[in-house]
Design a protein around this ligand. Structure first.
Ligand code: GLN
Length: 521
């Protein structure tokens, strides 16, 4: 990126030759880039240390801390550009869903029954690392079956797709997650149910069980970008003590000779219980989900945790098998790859956009969090996140919050004029930062200044004038912005325009006539 470009970026945001620290901090805050973001830490502390007003030179020096992130925040090119609006939408859904108190806690693992049933948390992390959380998002819960996609991806990295699927199918079972059943080859139906997760675990080999667990915890930590991943020993003990069904599944598979040679069944079962007892928060789990949404690379650290093709396999199976015996219904009506756990957690992956983690302990008859499912349904009612929403036309009343990748110069110009008419100065700044010329005119020769003047958008008007746009552009009906303001009786617009030397079209024409003879001579 050239320093000239950075200098233009400064001009887009400057008022009277400087930008304010408060404005910069607000831009970061609005974009969802948080202070503990490893990419932004240095930059944000440098902004915090700077003086109230920041000159061009200081601005360029600040940018050096993290040029790409800085630029994306300023020009609004993060994957969800209007992040605050998006969060407001999520908060509304959260508030509505929190009124639901249906469902019961699971009783078959005593430790899960002791959790406060009213707990509710939602966290979002986008593939550009924009984050947002609500409710009990710092509370720990055990991941239970939400460990299954991770165990599957780790096993894929270990042995590859072809080998792994010699041991596990990829077909929904149509049964509950712990049903004592195998497919017609005597293999687990898929890696998202207990038998399949036990099998994935058997394919992750290390010198000792402790090394294996350490290795898996490291992968979790990498996927969570350093956020807290712990282990709940009480859950693990409780799980192990009440695991007759999982033992039965293990022995059933051994009887069918389903395991790879030299599998230590008891170690593998222990490993499965340990994975279910990994403890985390929705904040960390949303980042794990965002790593999957981002094709396996953690958005905050840039570390590639999984290969993109492995993530693709995992998301396909989450879509078809991730929600127990509700998977088909969920794929149909919500259409987001998801994985549910009996602790009331749901991990949602909106590919190439964001990861979402929901936690609310009360479950429905199928073992899915009642609020979690309700939240997911409302999420796609509001936002176009269903995998196949691209089939639909534009106007169905729902919002597509993601950045428009195909924005052309023309639509940039149009968006700029539109933003001026609405008085949306932050959007105008972002568009200028992205290279849209503030002097652009539409087909009728109407510029942003015409629109700001006729709609009486004073802030937009001042912004344009400070950028130094031509004060007297003439549209195809021979009107200058001042003509518009006079006609509409917007006296404050008239006086601001006049401060900058604005004229009516007649005045312009008269001064041209006066100048013309001089030119001829
Ligand atoms: N530990 C649980 C079990 O094996 C995990 C199942 C789940 O979350 N669905 O039964």
């Amino acid at each position: 990126m050239s320093s000239e470009h950075f200098s233009d970026l400064f001009s887009a945001f400057a008022r009277d030759g400087s930008v304010t620290r408060a404005d910069l901090l607000r831009l970061f805050d609005d974009s969802g880039i948080l202070e503990d973001d490893p990419r932004a830490k240095r930059l944000l502390s440098a902004i915090n240390r700077s003086s109230d007003t920041i000159s061009r030179e200081e601005f360029l020096a600040l940018m050096e801390n993290s040029p790409t992130l800085f630029e994306s925040v300023l020009d609004g090119s993060l994957v969800i550009p209007q992040f605050r609006q998006f969060c407001d939408g999520i908060a509304k859904i959260f508030d509505n869903v929190s009124e639901t108190r249906h469902g019961t806690l699971p009783t078959y693992i005593p430790q899960l029954e002791r959790v406060d049933p009213d707990k509710f948390a939602v966290s979002v992390c986008t593939i550009d690392g924009q984050r947002f959380s609500l409710g009990d998002s710092d509370d720990y819960f055990c991941v239970q079956s939400c460990s299954k996609p991770m165990t599957y991806c780790i096993a894929l990295e270990e042995v590859g797709e072809a080998t792994l699927h010699q041991y596990v199918g990829r077909e929904p079972s149509g049964k509950t997650f712990n049903e004592l059943t195998l497919n017609s080859w005597g293999l687990p139906h898929n890696p998202m149910i207990n038998a399949g997760a036990i099998m994935s675990g058997a394919l992750i080999k290390r010198k000792s069980p402790s090394d294996r667990f350490d290795f898996v915890m490291e992968k979790w930590k990498e996927a969570a970008g350093g956020a807290k991943i712990g282990f709940n020993n009480a859950v693990y003990l409780s799980e192990r003590q009440t695991a007759d069904r999982n033992f039965a599944l293990g022995y059933f598979m051994r009887e069918k000779k389903a395991f790879p040679a030299e599998t230590e069944l008891l170690d593998v079962l222990e490993f499965y219980f340990q994975c279910c007892s990994i403890d985390t928060t929705t904040k960390a789990m949303a980042t794990v989900a965002a790593t999957l949404a981002n094709g396996g690379t953690n958005p905050l650290t840039g570390v590639q945790v999984f290969r993109p093709d492995h993530v693709k396999h995992c998301l396909s199976l989450m879509l078809s098998c991730g929600m127990y015996d509700f998977s088909g219904e969920f794929a149909f009506s919500v259409g987001i790859p998801a994985k549910s756990g009996v602790s009331g957690a749901i991990l949602l992956v909106v590919p190439n956009v964001c990861g979402v983690a929901v936690w609310s302990p009360r479950l429905d008859e199928l073992g899915n969090s009642v609020r979690g499912v309700e939240f997911s349904k409302r999420l796609v009612n509001k936002f176009k996140f269903h995998t196949f929403d691209s089939m639909l036309g534009l106007r169905d009343g729902r919002i597509d919050p993601r950045r428009n990748m195909y924005e052309s110069r023309l639509s940039g110009a149009y968006a700029f004029c539109w933003a001026a008419a609405q008085g949306d100065v932050s959007e105008m700044r972002r568009l200028v930062a992205r290279g849209v010329s503030p002097s652009v005119a539409d087909y009728d020769g109407r510029t942003a200044l015409h629109l700001a003047a006729s709609e009486e958008q004073l802030e937009a008007l001042r912004y344009l004038l400070q950028l130094g746009v031509d004060v007297n552009p003439v549209d195809r009906w021979k009107n200058t912005p001042l003509d518009e303001a006079v006609r509409a009786n917007h006296s404050s617009v008239v006086s601001i325009l006049k401060e900058y030397g604005a004229k009516t079209e007649q005045e312009c024409a008269a001064s041209e006539v006066r100048e013309a003879p001089g030119e001829i001579r």
